[in-house]
Design a protein around this ligand. Structure first.
Ligand SMILES: [Zn+2]
Length: 437
């Protein structure tokens, strides 16, 4: 999937949070939790839980694995470039494809198959063996394998459909391609973030109305209070293939929708769930999807220009070894992949700072909307415990992997943020109870 995005847009670097986000927790026995909800005292603080030994091990090995993945992801393009294999692959693709467009396709397909094969052991370990070893997945091997093949198929189709566009730009405008590519990417970003959840996601899962009608009514009432009018609530039957939980608000105008995976309904009690919905509604009302896209788009400009300059220097220096002397040569694809990886390593942390800020504001919105401080914190305690979370990660983790504030920071905030108790105004109350626009 990473390469699908990468190749499609050339530089889809910064995956900062958007409306759809993972809450990450396996289901628990919901019926035991549902009782006594009404008697909760929302003023009782909740201590940040200590991670179990297993959670500590998962956190530490996760950082090592992240490092291995980054290094391995750069090793293959380096090998292809400096060994001259990329140029040889281009020559082969030219003989097979004849026409320029087909040459690009043949080169791309072979490169991606090679990449898939060489990455397979690491992908299998990280995507299948590891989550099962920690009891975080019950996906069958067949499902995992067919999903990974589907991802590969999608990569090949999308690459063959779109890869010629940036290469044509490189050919026609070697000095300004990065600017045109940047402009062309804005619609791609918007399509990905706004249209995909509404038009593509239902192709893969069944979106039904929420079975618990009382819960549905409460969510709709909360949405109305948050100023989101006329939205529909959907329950997605995800428990068949994952233990993870998720909830999000997406779409716009007629396609506005609140989506809950059935796993999160089973896991959290009503107040915990309503806080999560309040948080998601915060993303929607505060326009975080659009802000996230614009942030990514801006960072993309920096990356594209950086790639343009760096690639020029490297090609001048190593053209003999690479076997190509222009970025518009399809043999340059591993060089572009390598530079995308390097620049995203530098720029992703900037995007994540902004993402953590938006997540914090969505938490604030959710608290102001519901006043469920204790329930919000309890929901996170449950998710941390059952998902083997690490509530207070170190700086390395936060910089490169922290899309959200740490669970520890979030629980601290839930415990302490109550401006309404002191009669102080809430930051977002102006949005509450707004009439239909
Ligand atoms: Zn969020």
């Amino acid at each position: 999937m990473r390469h699908f995005i990468l190749i499609l847009s050339f530089i889809f670097l910064i995956r900062i949070a958007n409306a759809e986000e993972r809450i990450s927790a396996p289901p628990t026995n919901g019926s035991a939790i549902q009782s006594k909800v009404s008697s909760v005292d929302e003023n009782v603080p909740v201590p940040v839980p200590e991670p179990s030994a297993k959670a500590v091990q998962r956190y530490q090995s996760g950082i090592v694995l992240w490092f291995v993945r980054v290094v391995w992801g750069m090793a293959l393009p380096v090998f292809l470039l400096f060994g001259g294999f990329s140029a040889r692959l281009r020559d082969f693709a030219r003989r097979i494809g004849r026409h320029w467009y087909w040459m690009v396709c043949v080169y791309f397909v072979i490169l991606m198959l090679l990449n898939y094969g060489l990455n397979w052991p690491l992908r299998y370990y990280m995507g299948f063996v590891r989550p099962h070893a920690y009891g975080l997945s019950h996906q069958t091997f067949l499902k995992w394998f067919t999903d990974s093949l589907k991802g590969l198929g999608l990569t090949l189709v999308v690459g063959c459909l779109f890869l010629w566009i940036p290469y044509l730009l490189l050919k026609k405008s070697p000095r300004r391609w990065w600017l045109y590519a940047w402009l062309a990417m804005l619609p791609v970003f918007f399509f990905g973030a706004l249209v995909e959840p509404v038009a593509v996601a239902p192709l893969f899962n069944k979106f039904d109305s929420v079975k618990d009608k009382a819960l549905e009514a409460k969510i709709v009432a909360l949405a109305e209070k948050a100023g989101i009018h006329g939205s529909r609530v959907y329950e997605v039957n995800k428990s068949v293939d994952t233990k993870m939980s998720n909830a999000y608000v997406s779409g716009f105008m007629g396609t506005k929708r609140i989506v809950l995976w059935d796993t999160i309904i089973a896991q959290l009690n009503e107040r915990e769930l309503l806080f999560v919905m309040g948080h998601e509604m915060g993303h929607f009302v505060l326009g975080h999807v659009v802000k996230g896209i614009l942030c990514s788009w801006f960072l993309t400009l920096v990356a594209l220009y950086g790639i343009h300059i760096t690639a020029g220097v490297l090609i001048r220096r190593f053209a003999g070894r690479f076997g190509f002397d222009s970025l518009s040569d399809i043999a340059s694809l591993p060089l572009i992949i390598l530079l995308v990886s390097l620049f995203s390593l530098v720029l992703t942390p900037i995007g994540f700072v902004y993402s953590r800020h938006m997540e914090h504001e969505a938490d604030r919105f959710g608290l102001e909307l519901t006043h469920y401080n204790h329930s919000a914190a309890m929901g996170f305690v449950k998710m941390e415990r059952e998902n083997l979370g690490y509530p207070r990660p170190g700086m390395l983790f936060t910089i490169w992997l922290g899309t959200h504030p740490s669970a520890g920071d979030r629980i601290d905030f839930f415990n302490s943020y109550k401006p309404w108790e002191k009669g102080e105004p809430s930051k977002y109350e102006r949005y509450f109870g707004r009439e239909k626009q």
